[in-house]
Design a protein around this ligand. Structure first.
Ligand SMILES: [Mn+2]
Length: 303
């Protein structure tokens, strides 16, 4: 049985639009905890972390709000590490996607300590592989994958005690459909394995997930970093940076169910939900529905 800890990180400090700071509460309003509990998951809601307010300033030296982003990620890192040390499965409720630097660096450190392998699935419309040199905005929610792979400010790349926190070979990016030109070259140069929407269109979600999950074994910790803008904005409007042409409801369900089938899920981020842009909390409810599938609820006639 899963023992899950919910960790709220109510901030939009790395984003280009305000509102992801309300994500944790919207997921609670959509009954995330009780619904997981109804599937036999032992859920503890640890409440919300605290951190600096969003000063909403322009980028300085290529980064927006870097000191505040570091402070939030240190808090996330410590909270996720504490839950992993208790042998619990942390679910980070974002918050924007810059927080994955803190959570995944904690997961990577935990895996190093225990000698376990790590696989990270990055479900997102965006590659999030920008750097200060490549991004015009300086928004750090577009840089977490680069930071985790060692490209970024030392205060973020060194957060988990080892730089890089993980090699690109540990990552699989899925659902990508918006990449800047410079970022694209950098993704290729780094050797990141990307299953973009063209790949999913041509090969199907089943083949995509079979590839992305290939090679997992009993010693592998599987981390899922679920950016809600992974989903098609027709079904998930409540995000700050929507990109049309994402996975449908059924494709997203299959993705989550195939992850659940591995039995290897060890930690999860749910980020970029923006209730200020949502419609009657439907995106939060959809996210909860998909998280249920991630924890083994089948939508079909199966056990
Ligand atoms: Mn993202």
């Amino acid at each position: 049985m899963h023992r899950v800890s919910l960790i709220g990180a109510p901030t939009d400090i790395g984003a280009g639009a305000r509102g992801a700071s309300m994500g944790p509460e919207a997921l609670r309003v959509a009954n995330l905890g009780p619904i997981l509990a109804s599937h036999g998951v032992a859920v503890a809601d640890r409440g919300n972390l605290s951190g600096p307010a969003n000063p909403w300033q322009a980028a300085q030296a290529g980064y927006r709000h870097l000191p505040e982003v570091v402070a939030w990620n240190q808090a996330v890192h410590a909270a996720v590490a504490a839950e992993l040390a208790l042998d619990r499965l942390p679910i980070l409720l974002g918050g924007d996607h810059c927080l994955a630097i803190g959570s995944i660096s904690a997961v990577a450190r935990h895996c190093r300590t225990l000698g376990r392998k790590l696989r990270v699935l990055w479900l997102d419309a965006h590659a999030d592989f920008n750097t200060a040199e490549l991004t015009p905005s300086g928004n750090l929610h577009g840089m977490p994958v680069a930071c985790l792979c060692g490209h970024g400010p030392a205060t973020l790349t060194d957060l988990g005690g080892l730089n890089p926190a993980l090699p690109p070979s540990a990552l699989r990016s899925i659902g990508i459909r918006s990449v800047d030109a410079g970022e694209k070259r950098f993704v290729h140069a780094a050797g990141l394995e990307v299953f973009d929407m063209r790949y999913i269109d041509e090969m199907g979600m089943r083949h995509t997930m079979t590839q992305a999950l290939a090679g997992l074994d009993a010693q592998t910790h599987l981390h899922v970093s679920f950016d809600v803008d992974f989903l098609d904005p027709d079904i998930a409007p409540g995000v700050g940076t929507p990109v049309r042409g994402g996975p449908t409801y059924r494709e997203a369900q299959l993705c989550m169910e195939m992850i659940a089938d591995t039995g290897r899920l060890g930690s999860l981020d749910v980020v970029e939900l923006n209730p200020a842009l949502d419609v009657r909390n439907r995106t939060a409810e959809l996210a909860v529905d998909l998280i249920e599938s991630l924890f083994g609820k089948s939508t079909l006639m199966r056990d």
